[in-house]
Write a protein that binds this ligand. Structure first.
Ligand code: ADP
Length: 434
């Protein structure tokens, strides 16, 4: 029931004044009598206020307020109900938080909330298990202090989280983790950490298998190729019917050797994330020798191969790996360009980094093949491959080498007109002399 409390208050004051007037009638001192009545009312009100203050300060959570009369009783009850309502709402919110914490604790993936500067705000139990986080000590610490891996620091600060990052766990090298980061709110980070050890082991088994088989096949093949060479060297002793067969066997043995070498090179590239050396490589000199090799490969087909290379621009990385990637691109241009075609090799640097372009006036590639061109064994026209002697692994090697040097490959091509393969390297891989 709602009451008009201002009316009640006025009635009470009128009653107090009337009581004072009655006292004045008896004593003959009207002024004093009304003043005494009002003072008594004021004293009573102050006493109620003190009771309220005492209860607010000292009461137990469920303790009811003291009984009050009139407006004071109403104030006591209202405050009490307000408090009960707040308690119930807090209880409901706590239940929601408890459920959320139970469900994230049950998650097998680690979940970590980081502020915009990358400091730890909250994490679940799996994150403690996978990354060795300790609560509460690690709260507020920068995540790059806790996951101390140069690639993680680079990934985190690079802020390009489209692809996840895979790394060994900071607590054990046997544990392989995949990190997914999502930005939310005002630049805060949500980081999910998944245990991918099993998938990684299977992948490792596949790589080891390919590497071992390639390695084991190498010796028998060397023996076969050796005997074939001896036989062909003494071709006059051999029945002429066999000459062509022997030549074909030698050619195919050569192809198999190239294939095994490429497979072993790929296995070596996959074994580590970074090249072992990071020395500045004189790309211009390397390209000069590749150009000479390409001219030799072209031989009587007389391609016109031009080279423009900036000798001031050096690339940090592994010379052997870069040589195999660049020579793959240049030799492909020779293989897939008709006789007397034109091939242009350029090496230069600008604000975006350093670039190598190999452009040919060859047969070109249909655009539908471009996205899959760097896949292993992917060939545009497999029938032509027998004549070019390609393994189908060349561009896969190029892609891997570029990945290890933070580079990217751009391919553009017009069928019948020619192709252009361009490698881009970011500025941090480049060393330029002014
Ligand atoms: P391959 O050993 O067969 O040359 P690659 O991985 O080097 O293998 O190349 C894959 C395929 O891409 C080739 O089979 C070829 O069809 C195509 N290709 C590569 N380079 C060129 C080029 N410069 N011009 C036209 N086609 C090319």
């Amino acid at each position: 029931m709602t009451q008009n409390w201002s009316g009640v208050l006025i009635r009470h004051l009128l009653l107090v004044v009337a009581a004072g007037a009655l006292l004045g009638l008896i004593t003959g001192q009207y002024g004093w009598a009304i003043a005494v009545a009002l003072a008594a009312y004021l004293g009573w009100s102050t006493w109620q206020l003190l009771r309220l203050h005492k209860w607010l300060k000292n009461h137990q959570p469920d303790e009811a307020p003291p009984d009050g009369y009139g407006l004071w009783g109403e104030v006591f009850d209202s405050i009490y109900h307000l408090q009960r309502r707040n308690q119930r709402a807090r209880g409901r919110l706590q239940a929601v938080i408890d459920r959320m914490q139970e469900s994230t604790a049950a998650l097998r993936d680690g979940m970590i909330l980081l502020d915009r500067d990358g400091n730890l705000e909250w994490w679940n139990q799996s994150a403690e298990r996978l990354l060795g986080l300790k609560s509460p000590q690690d709260g507020g610490q920068p995540v790059t202090n806790l996951v101390r891996h140069p690639r993680f620091k680079e990934y985190f600060e690079g802020e390009d989280y489209r692809e996840p990052l895979e790394l060994p766990s900071p607590i054990s090298d046997n544990l392989r983790l995949q990190f997914h980061i999502t930005l939310y709110g005002a630049g805060e980070h949500l980081m999910l950490v998944r245990d991918v050890t099993r998938v990684h082991q299977l992948e490792q088994m596949r790589k080891d298998f390919v590497a071992n088989v390639s390695h084991e096949l190498r010796t028998p093949l060397t023996v076969i190729a050796g005997y074939l060479e001896t036989l062909l060297d003494n071709v006059e002793d051999v029945n002429p019917r066999w000459t062509r067969a022997l030549q074909q066997m030698q050619q195919q043995a050569g192809r198999m050797q190239n294939l095994l070498n490429d497979l072993l090179l790929l296995a070596k590239l996959e074994a580590t994330d970074y090249p072992a050396d990071n020395k500045p490589v004189a790309v211009d000199l390397m390209l000069l020798s590749i150009r000479n090799d390409a001219q030799a490969l072209s031989g009587a087909r007389s391609h016109r191969i031009s080279l423009e290379a900036d000798s001031k621009v050096k690339l940090k990385g592994s010379e052997a790996e870069l040589r195999s990637a660049f020579s793959n691109l240049v030799f492909n241009a020779v293989k897939y360009t008709p006789d007397e075609g034109e091939i242009r090799i350029r090496w230069w640097a600008d604000e975006q980094g350093a670039h190598l372009a190999v452009q040919d006036s060859g047969i070109g590639i249909d655009p539908k093949h471009l996205p899959r061109l760097t896949e292993r064994f992917y060939r545009v026209d497999s029938s032509r491959n027998a004549s070019t002697g390609g393994t189908g692994l060349g561009l896969a090697i190029v892609k891997h080498v570029l990945l290890r040097h933070r580079g990217t490959l751009d391919i553009s091509s017009v069928p019948g007109k020619g192709s252009s393969f361009t490698c881009h390297f970011p500025p941090q891989q480049v060393e330029s002399r002014a």
